[in-house]
Design a protein around this ligand. Structure first.
Ligand SMILES: Cc1cc2nc3c(=O)[nH]c(=O)nc-3n(C[C@H](O)[C@H](O)[C@H](O)COP(=O)(O)OP(=O)(O)OC[C@H]3O[C@@H](n4cnc5c(N)ncnc54)[C@H](O)[C@@H]3O)c2cc1C
Length: 640
């Protein structure tokens, strides 16, 4: 007789329900995205902002341009979408978490009120259910109440005012350090100000969010190049600790024939020039090499510059110019976000997929005439490692007068020569850091942001700046700021969902028309949600912090809960159908004592991916065996 395969199940243990809140788990600073989305759905907009701001000093900036790992993890994007009759229609789409954060920030964030008011609101805020009582929110409160003996005004230096440096400085100031940030450029915020184009992130918003950090007492010294105006050795002498967060701002080259010379630029150099209003000799037939988001920032910025120049000088210039983005990858493989590709297409960027550059053609006078490409037949090997293969017989030349290389960035840590001899490098240009503490090999020197972990998202840089600040605290004071997450379950007496929330389609974020976008280079593409749209979109949130909890002692095994479940996520099975493992045996012993015949007992299984927290099971249960409960995560934090 063939035995039926047994089901492998997870048994909820400590932290299980907390980990179901996938948006919060995916966020590098563990923002309670679920919390602020639900607050928006309920019309509690200021609370939504404060939940977003608690662990993230750059919440308003993130509301515009965060890479939003929370959205990628959102469970709504994975559950089946059902129609009004409860029939499966298709996979659903995630909650527009980033756009909702923007909505809350626009009402109560740095863009809406003076820095002092933002700080006061953050400090006074004590969440009713502190599902997100992360260290930061607690730290903000503690710094005011004097609850803990924090630092005693020691001087700490941060090199680089990008998101990592700013987040570190913010937290250091709250801990009681005198913090100075040395920034090479004339403006703070690193790649946010010099890379991310203004049509995605307004400069005034950056200024206002940085002003909140300065209002905490952080001194940002712009226009000071470490290694030129001040040495690392001097900074180390004058400060008890140093965080190096200089990012990776040098464009990588490809070493192509013809690459060196006029009118071949690094993509981030072009973005920096445009951001600072520095004139750059760009032609009107531009090839951008690269297939990622940065390549799109470059191409879309050039399209805007050409359109703007054309509008201003239409009488004198013939033709409107052309921007062609060429990537090794096919359209499906391109690392750029789908939205970037779509909007780039709308704005008239030509796209060539599956071609690798072999050289830049210049005429005898050195003038760029085009880029020669060969067909790329494969980019990644079977292990998804970058390993391109080319067909040398398939070639083409794309005529152009300017080439922009957007194939990655490198750090420039030349300043380590004076004062950084004891900082070991992992490979040339990349200092070695203990990823648990971000300590370098030199005492009192920490590494944060892109320089510590390679180029990633802005929110990764924020998380690493915060970690570096905590490590500085421990290094300087000999004490550690520790946090311990404690999960508790709160029964919800009158839990109810919005009518029809399960069939509401994702509310698109309104965007401006391409012609309007191109009319002025810094016109924001996304317009953001209004109140009605935001509340509707937020109401789609599945509220993963809530879960039905089954009381086995009351259950009468009627199966009504499974029958009524619209996503068929519940299943009543015999215990003998389950694959035995230690956790399961332990749970069975806990519930039933020593069982001799498991076939006599049953279990309710729940498919967590499909449960939409509708509570129909709880309503249907004739024995009141199911309660809807909120898993709350309080963080007990201490300094030891
Ligand atoms: C074009 C572009 C667009 C991006 N768009 C997004 C996006 O939409 N969403 C997202 O999540 N992420 C995005 N990123 C990634 C994100 O911006 C970075 O991961 C993040 O900025 C890294 O932060 P950081 O603080 O480590 O470094 P940076 O932001 O690079 O900041 C480092 C700072 O150090 C300063 N510095 C360097 N050398 C010295 C020196 N010798 N002395 C003094 N100061 C110095 C620099 O001037 C700079 O201000 C983008 C990146 C680029 C390049």
């Amino acid at each position: 007789m063939i035995e039926r395969p047994r089901l492998r199940v997870d048994v909820p243990g400590d932290g299980y329900h907390r980990n179901l809140i996938s948006c919060q788990v995916a966020c590098p600073v563990h923002t309670d995205a679920r919390g602020y989305v639900r607050a928006i759905a309920d019309g509690r907009f200021e609370e939504a902002y404060l939940l977003a701001r608690g662990p993230n000093p750059l919440a308003s900036i993130c509301g515009r341009v965060c890479g939003a790992p929370c959205e990628a993890a959102c469970r709504r994007g994975k559950v089946p979408r059902v129609d009004d009759d409860g029939r499966f229609v298709a996979e659903d789409r995630p909650i527009a978490i980033r756009a909702l954060k923007r909505f809350a920030c626009e009402r109560y964030g740095a863009e809406a009120r003076p820095a002092s008011e933002v700080l006061r609101a953050v400090r006074d805020y004590v969440p009713a259910i502190s599902a997100d009582a992360e260290e930061m929110a607690a730290l903000v409160r503690a710094s005011v109440s004097g609850q803990f003996a924090l630092a005693a005004g020691e001087r700490v230096a941060v090199i680089g005012a990008g998101p990592a440096g700013l987040a570190a400085a913010h937290d250091l100031a709250l801990m009681g350090f005198l913090t100075v940030v040395f920034e090479a450029e004339s403006v703070p915020a690193g790649m946010l100000a010099l890379g991310v184009p203004a049509y995605r992130l307004p400069r005034e918003l950056i200024r206002r969010e940085v002003a909140v950090i300065e209002a905490l007492g952080v001194e940002v010294r712009c226009g000071v190049v470490v290694g030129r105006d001040v040495s690392l050795a001097q900074i180390r002498r004058e400060h008890v600790a140093v965080i190096i967060a200089v990012g990776a701002k040098s464009s990588r080259g490809l070493g192509l024939p013809g690459e060196r010379g006029p009118r071949v630029f690094g993509g981030v150099d072009l973005l920096r020039a445009v951001a600072l209003g520095v004139p750059l000799d760009i032609g009107r037939e531009v090839v951008v090499i690269g297939g990622g988001n940065v390549a799109y920032d470059v191409a879309r910025t050039v399209v805007r510059q050409i359109a703007y120049d054309t509008a201003r000088t239409a009488a004198r210039l013939a033709g409107i110019g052309r921007v062609c983005l060429v990537s090794l990858e096919t359209l499906d493989e391109m690392p750029a976000d789908t939205l970037e590709i779509l909007e780039g297409d709308e704005e008239g960027i030509e796209r060539l997929n599956g071609w690798g550059p072999v050289g830049i053609d210049r005429d005898p006078g050195g003038v760029v005439r085009g880029v020669a490409f060969r067909r790329c037949v494969r980019v990644y090997d079977q292990e998804r490692r970058f390993s391109p293969v080319f067909d040398d017989d398939a070639r083409k030349t794309v005529p152009c007068d300017t080439v922009l290389l957007s194939v990655g960035q490198m750090p420039d840590v030349g300043f380590l020569a004076d004062g950084g001899a004891d900082i070991e490098q992992l490979r040339p240009g990349w200092p070695k850091a203990d990823l648990r503490t971000l300590a370098s090999t030199a005492p009192g020197v920490f590494i944060a942001g892109d320089l510590a972990h390679g180029t990633r998202l802005l929110i990764d840089a924020v998380a690493s700046g915060k970690l570096a600040a905590r490590s500085v605290y421990e290094y300087v004071t000999g004490r550690a700021i520790r946090s311990e997450a404690v999960t508790a379950h709160l029964p919800l007496e009158r839990y109810q969902r919005e009518r029809g929330y399960e069939s509401i389609r994702r509310v698109s974020v309104p965007v401006r028309d391409p012609s309007e976008r191109l009319a002025r280079p810094d016109t924001c593409v996304e317009e953001g949600y209004g109140e009605t749209a935001a509340m509707r979109e937020a109401s789609r949130c599945l509220d993963c912090g809530v879960t039905p909890v089954f009381d086995g002692t009351r259950c009468v095994l009627c199966g009504g809960c499974a029958d009524v479940c619209p996503t068929q996520c519940l299943k009543l099975v015999s215990l003998s159908d389950l694959e035995s493992h230690e956790d399961l045996s332990h749970a069975i012993r806990g519930a039933l004592g020593h069982v001799t015949d498991v076939a006599e007992h049953s279990a309710i299984l729940k498919d967590e991916d499909r449960c939409i927290r509708c509570a129909l099971c709880a309503m249907r249960c004739p024995a009141d065996a199911i309660t809807m409960e909120r898993a709350t995560c309080n963080t007990n934090w201490s300094v030891s």
